[in-house]
Design a protein around this ligand. Sequence first.
Ligand code: NAP
Length: 231
Amino acid sequence: MNRQRNRTALVTGANRGIGLETVRRLDLAGLDVVLGARDPERGLAAARTLSSPRVRVEELDVSDAKSVTACAERLAEDSVEVDVLVNNAGIYPTVSFFSLDEDIMRRALDVHLMGAFRTCQAFCPGMARRGYGRVVNVSSGLGALTENVPSPAAYGISKAALNALTLVVSAAMPQTVKVNAVCPGWVRTDMGGRGAPTGVEQGADTVVWLARLPDSGPTGGFFRNRRRIDW
Ligand code: NAP
């Protein structure tokens, strides 16, 4: 590996909210950043709000296996190696369990669980080969089994599944690749709403911290406010 090259981070669902703030902070920290957005126009518009012209925008719908493969192929063609993967893309179906239909349940699993499954399969083997990697799965306390997966049902179940994926991928990776999950707290975004107590800077703080962990940092953990929490 060329030790002089900057680390490259890919952030999914990064055209707004916590994802966009994570892109901004990783770029400021000197990483090369790929802003993943399912709608490239929205991705480009988001990138224009950043002060840096260095951020690369990629079309990436994590619920579509072909979209993930195509994105990975475009990056490989341009010799872009993803060192840091932030699985941030998310949706928030609020339907209660007995009103849930299969489509909503499947959609939540497709974005939160299968989306991260697809990106981990696409990008983690390269991290293992190169001997460096950081994977941050943006989860939620609403998916914590120790909190009884508080609700809403499809959201909580799919985030609990993302937590399980975090443990499995962490165990499959060498110690040089750190794979962790994070609850950003209740954050003022389109998803969190205007009444949320936490700003987007604080919401992205633990995400960015995990994305830049030192080699001595933890793997296979679940964190909020830079502290380990129960699954
Ligand atoms: P947000 O403002 O609603 O942003 C969600 C982002 O995910 C958007 O960019 C959206 O793109 C993208 N997205 C949705 N489906 C996608 C797909 N199939 N492929 C690619 N991108 C997709 O939400 P946020 O608050 O920043 O949430 C970010 C993450 O934090 C989510 O995983 C969420 O579950 C988690 N989280 C948030 C809170 C909170 O209070 N806000 C709390 C706990 C956990 P479009 O613009 O195209 O829709």
